[in-house]
Design a protein around this ligand. Sequence first.
Ligand code: ADP
Ligand code: TRP
Length: 334
Amino acid sequence: MRVLSGIQPSGRLHIGNYFGAMQQHLQLQSEHEGFYFIADYHALTSNPDPLELENRTIDVALDYLALGLDTERTVFWRQSDVPEVLELAWLLSCVTPMGLLQRCVSFKDKVAQGLSPTHGLFAYPVLQASDILSFNADIVPVGADQKQHIEVTRDITARFNTTYGETFVLPEGRILDSVAVVPGLDGRKMSKSYDNTIEIFESEKTCKKKIMRMVTDSTPVEDPKDPTRCNVFALLKLFADAAELAQWETRYRRGGMGYGESKKRLAELVLDYFEPYRQKRADLAENLDYVRDCLRDGADRARTVAAETLNRARGAVGLVASPAKGVSSDPVPR
Ligand code: ADP
Ligand code: TRP
C-alpha cells in the first residue's frame, strides 16, 4: 500500500500537527511505502513572506527528520520541486465542477480568518487532489479538518475515470478518531492561524509559560471540576499514561485541586515527550546541506512517479506533445 500526505510550511509545527497527522505518518512508514511532502505551493495561498517560506520549509523538514522520518524507506520532498503536479492539477480542474469547490468549508473559513479570496485559495483542493493522484496513493492519513478535501479528491477521481477511462487509483483518507482535534491554549482547535499553539520543539521556558497561561474556567480550587470540559485535561490525555490519567481524573472530580497543578505536570510531560528528539534536531540544523540533499533526492524519486502519471493522464485526455524539430511525429506512447 502507498501512503501519502503533505503538510504546509505555514509556521513551526505544533502538537496538533503531531497528534493529528505527523505521528501517523511516522508510524505508517514502517508498514507501508511512505510518500510525504512539504506543501509549499499550497502555502502560497496564504501569501507568506518570500524570505520566510524557505525557512519554514526547512523547519518542517528538520521536524520530520528529527522525529524519525526515514529517507531510505520513505520518499520525502518539497512539493515545488515536482512541478508535474501543477500540470495534472489543470487536467483535473477541467473535470471539477465549481459547485464541488463552492461547498468546501476550508475556503470559507480561511476567508473569514482574513485570507484574500484568490483563485489559488479556491482551487486549493484541486491541487491537493493532484498531489494525491500524481503518486498513485492508496491511503491518505490526515487530521479531521482535511476530511472534506479527501472527499473532493475522491469525487474528482471518479469524474476523471468516468470521463476518460480508468486512469487513477481511488484513494482513501485515514483519520485517527481518538485525536480528531487537539485543542489549543484558548480551547479552540490548535492552529497556527489562531496563535494558540504549543510547538513540538518549543523552548523549555516558552513551553512552560504558554501552558501556565492556558485558558481554564473559574471553578474555585476546592470545588470538583469536570475533566471532559477542560483543555488541560484534553492534552494530558495525549501525554500521560493510563494510570496517571486515571489519577488526574479522580483529582479533578474530587475537588481540592487547582488548574495550576495539572498545568505544571502537563508542561513536564510535553517537554519529556519530545526531549529525545531535540539533540537530533539541533544536529540537523547545523547540517542544512544534508537536509537539502535529502529533499533533492526525495524530489528526484517523486518526480519519476509524477512524470509517469502525468504522461498517462495527458494520453487519456488526448494531449499529444508536438515533436521536436527534425524528429518524426509518431503519436505519444500511451
Ligand atoms: P494549522 O491549522 O496549524 O495551519 P495545518 O492546516 O497546516 O495546521 O495542518 C497540518 C496537518 O495537521 C493536517 O493534517 C491537519 O489536519 C493536522 N492538524 C492541524 N491542527 C490540528 C489539530 N489541532 N488537531 C488535530 N490535527 C491537526
Ligand atoms: N491541505 C493539507 C493541510 O492543510 C496539506 C496537503 C496538501 C495535503 N496536499 C496534500 C494533505 C495531499 C494530504 C494529501 O494540512
